[in-house]
Design a protein around this ligand. Structure first.
Ligand SMILES: CC(C)(COP(=O)(O)OP(=O)(O)OC[C@H]1O[C@@H](n2cnc3c(N)ncnc32)[C@H](O)[C@@H]1OP(=O)(O)O)[C@@H](O)C(=O)NCCC(=O)NCCS
Length: 404
């Protein structure tokens, strides 16, 4: 297909996908021991049964790097073929540098532009749409879009209205330029700042820098007005998805599978009802991971494809909402062989992926006190600090060169 001036239209196809979930499971029964809640309340109000918790030596960058390398493995390219890395997160390793820069080094890439995307739980979809725009503009050939979150370190485990909802994990896709039809189609994104203080993390930014006082007030934890957020989510997820589908020249009945943000089963049921679709068109894995914010859509997408829920030629809509309020949806005509992703977990092992640490800086134990028993004996971060000399990036792990 050509554009108005006769040039072939560059399209963005999903060629790779991967995900990473930390090993430690936090069940509803575990939470019953921390706050006044019950497994029954959590399951019926949210659909969540358990979520994952990152270990002390894991970070947003390390999880993102594993998911990213798995997506690159699925795509059958080398890490250095990636020319843009977009990492969506609201829980970066540091305020600066970007977590995307750390992931670039950890995956053994030397040539990509890398930056973070911050749109809370919609971040991955915003990153996906940005990657599509870069590809269509001819600015990138292979883009790695990562959603990675380590929310368990930003939750108040005395606040039952938030701590039950969120978990850790990472997912990623590779988008590749192609002149072939299919790939990413219609995009819709919204930002509604009247919801700015409905989900927020008050302290740590320039308005309220971190201090003993902000910590004493618990302002370094996620806060949320659950009811208001719920109302926004049910309204916006359906309208945002519908707009993306219409911009693709399709109707909701043409969509084979929806990959909705995994926040709450009741929100997803409301979206299905709003679009007049059966629930079996909605992919669900929130029972096992809870809400992993920007990681939720790419984890769900990778699992849906690996489980055989997507076939070549299917129309898939990814849709998310989050703090801001933000929402985003992209409809995709699937063109990759779903079987390609199934070997990625074995090919890329988390223990082989390393994020370089600063020298002469001893991190505090990052595990929240409330989770210390669950995570075993709390101790220092167990990666040796003198592992890498400054200025000598560590690329020498077995997956730095993933074979084509
Ligand atoms: C948080 C959420 C599950 C709460 O469900 P809800 O049905 O709206 O419940 P409410 O907030 O009305 O609270 C009902 C009662 O349950 C209580 N409650 C809240 N959390 C509880 C918990 N974990 N266990 C037991 N009871 C709880 C409340 O205190 C309230 O008690 P009260 O009636 O005595 O005051 C729901 O509002 C939600 O999912 N909102 C969207 C959140 C979201 O998706 N955020 C992420 C956006 S990306």
């Amino acid at each position: 297909m050509n554009d108005a001036s006769g040039r072939p239209i560059r399209r963005a196809h999903v060629t790779g996908w991967g995900r990473y979930a930390p090993a430690q499971v936090l069940t509803n029964a575990d939470l019953e021991k921390m706050v006044d809640t019950s497994d029954e309340w959590i399951r019926t109000r949210t659909g969540i049964r358990e979520r994952r918790v990152a270990a002390a030596n894991e970070t947003t960058a390390s999880m993102g790097a594993v998911a990213g390398l798995r997506a690159i493995h699925t795509a059958g390219i080398a890490p250095d073929d990636i020319d843009l890395i977009l990492l969506a997160t609201l829980t970066p390793d540091y305020w600066m540098p970007s977590t995307a820069a750390l992931v670039k080094e950890a995956i053994g890439n030397t040539r990509a532009t890398a930056f973070d995307v911050m749109a809370a739980c919609s971040g991955f979809v915003y990153g996906f749409a940005t990657a599509q725009a870069y590809i269509q503009a001819g600015l990138a050939k292979h883009v790695l879009v990562v959603g990675s979150e380590l929310l368990t370190r930003f939750l108040d485990y005395t606040d039952r209205s938030t701590c039950i909802l969120f978990g850790d994990g990472a997912g990623a896709v590779v988008l590749s330029a192609s002149d072939e039809p299919g790939g990413a189609l219609g995009v819709e994104m919204t930002t509604e700042p009247q919801g700015a203080y409905m989900i927020w993390l008050p302290a740590g930014g320039s308005k309220s820098p971190p201090s003993a006082e902000t910590i004493a007030r618990g302002e370094h934890y996620v806060r949320m007005e659950g009811n208001q957020t719920y109302r926004f989510a049910t309204k916006t997820m359906a309208t945002t998805a519908l707009e993306s589908i219409r911009r693709s020249g399709l109707e909701p009945a043409d969509i084979d599978l929806f990959i909705p943000h995994q926040a709450n089963i009741r929100i997803i049921e409301a979206v299905a009802k709003g679009l007049d679709l059966p629930m079996d068109k909605m992919f669900i894995n929130l029972d096992r991971y809870g809400n992993t914010s920007a990681a939720s859509v790419p984890i769900a997408l990778a699992e849906a494809v690996n489980e055989g829920r997507v076939e070549i030629g299917d129309n898939v809509t990814i849709v998310a909402f989050g703090a801001g309020f933000t929402s985003g949806a992209v409809t995709i005509e699937w063109t990759a062989d779903p079987a390609r992703g199934r070997s990625a977990d074995d090919a890329v092992r988390p223990e082989d992926v390393r994020v370089r640490l600063p020298v002469d800086w001893d991190s505090v134990d990052p595990i929240p006190d409330a989770l210390a028993d669950l995570m075993g004996q709390p101790g220092p971060v167990d990666v040796p600090l003198d592992d890498v000399a400054p200025g000598e990036p560590e690329h020498a792990h077995p997956h730095a060169e993933v074979p084509a």
